[in-house]
Design a protein around this ligand. Structure first.
Ligand SMILES: Cc1ncc(COP(=O)(O)O)c(C=O)c1O
Length: 411
């Protein structure tokens, strides 16, 4: 017996593996991007009421009508065209399903999808599940800016789409107008579909505003906009996202969603309609709280000897550990990340996990910290990181076990 070939092209997610290791070693989980605080009371109550009430059966496959209605109103404003709740919106089980469903609906086997690296670990496997090919284009330090020449160089006759995540995980970049202009020209020049992942659209710093690429002239017709509730409302386990696109793309997306999951959980969709109807105060407070977390995170990392990027949006920072005064600062990032988890008690993700192209060149020497955490948690992280340099030197047997337990991914 053997599994399908497509399953051999990727390994288990390293982010989830680090989260598992965190539990095993009682480490603080700064590896996987989820909050350690509760969602707002009002939406928890809405979910409970929905379960006690009538919202417990399948919804229409493309989503609970009141939720689609709220989204249609908001995205008509945000995208600048009339979003029809009965034609353009599909509620899905998280952005992850949204992306996989979109790729299954829009790509043919062998088609190529351009992704920007460092990239969220799920993007490439999503493409592979659609029997498509992921073509990485590197964003490089300093700045992690989109380089139009690199985009052009990645195009082949099979290129069909570009996947753009803004605000960006893991760099914290919000791609600016000049970069978005380059994207407009690029996708039009090569007649590509633009698929956006805007899951962090509400988590922004320093007065930044989110621009949905699908609202820009030249992108309206060819953009699939994907968003979700998990991050903005601290409900990553609810598995709620949405895909917005024009016809004929939306019809294909809806039909794939129907046959993969039928519908997202109904009572949680009912609560999502309440969540998205929160007054603007909610989002102002969300930004203020994240701004405070970002400040504390930056200070903690600075004090521990890391040099970390200051995110413009989302809740991650890539931190360079190579100047820390400890022997482990010379280690490869996967080994360093494991050691930080098992010996220091702070779980992070190795930089090399965000790259497939020249991963040692671009992803070594850095680790990603996710900081959607209570301030007390970040203070405990500070205490633990302060012990770096005081660790007993590792013995050789342990080194061997570390090296063998993290094999390079199969290509
Ligand atoms: C950029 C990005 N997209 C998608 C996801 C997953 O979204 P969801 O939990 O809604 O599937 C994450 C989670 O960390 C992410 O960082």
């Amino acid at each position: 017996m053997y599994p399908a070939k497509r399953t051999t092209y990727f390994n288990q997610s390293m982010i989830r593996e680090m989260a598992r290791l965190a539990i095993e070693h009682d480490a603080i989980n700064m590896s996987q991007g989820f909050p350690d605080f509760n969602p707002p009371e009002v939406i928890v109550n809405a979910a409970v009421e929905a379960i006690r009430g009538a919202a417990n059966q399948y919804t229409v496959t493309w989503g609970y009508p009141p939720l689609r209605q709220v989204l249609a109103e908001q995205y008509t404003d945000q995208l600048g065209w009339t979003v029809d709740p009965d034609a353009h919106i599909c509620i899905v089980c998280g952005v992850t399903e949204g992306i996989t469903t979109t790729l299954l609906a829009l790509l043919n086997p062998g088609d190529e999808l351009i992704i920007l690296e460092p990239a969220h670990e799920n993007f490439r496997p999503s493409a592979l599940l659609a029997d498509a090919v992921a073509r990485p284009v590197v964003l490089e330090t300093p700045g992690y800016r989109i380089d139009p020449d690199r985009l052009d160089a990645a195009v082949t006759p099979r290129t069909r789409a570009l996947l753009l995540n803004t605000p960006h995980n893991p760099t914290g970049r919000i791609f600016d107008r000049a970069e978005l202009q380059a994207v407009i020209e690029f996708v039009n020049r090569h007649n590509l579909i633009l698929i956006t992942d805007e899951i962090y659209d509400r988590i922004l710093y320093d007065g930044q505003e989110h621009i949905s690429p699908g609202s820009l002239d030249g992108l309206l017709e060819r953009t699939v906009t994907i968003g979700g509730l998990g991050k903005s409302f601290a409900v990553t386990g609810w598995r709620l996202g949405y895909v917005i696109a024009r016809e004929p793309l939306s019809a294909a997306i809806r039909v794939v969603h129907d046959y993969s999951t039928i519908c997202a959980p109904t009572p949680l969709q009912a609560a999502a309609a309440v969540a998205l109807s929160q007054p603007t105060d909610y989002y102002t407070r969300l930004r203020e709280e994240y701004a405070e977390r970002r400040e504390v995170m930056m200070e903690v990392l600075d004090a521990a000897g890391f040099r970390a990027t200051r995110p413009e949006g989302a809740y991650y920072t890539l931190a360079d550990y190579t100047r820390i005064d400890a022997p482990q600062a010379k280690w490869r990032s996967d080994r360093f990340a494991r050691w930080l988890t098992t010996d220091v008690g702070v779980a992070v993700v190795a930089g090399i996990n965000f790259y497939t192209k020249d991963r040692d060149k671009y992803g070594d020497g850095i680790v990603r910290f996710a900081f959607p955490k209570r301030i007390e948690t970040l203070q405990e992280v500070a205490k633990r990181l302060a012990t770096i340099g005081q660790q007993a030197p590792p013995d050789l047997a342990r080194r061997r076990s570390l090296a063998s337990s993290n094999p390079a991914p199969r290509r």
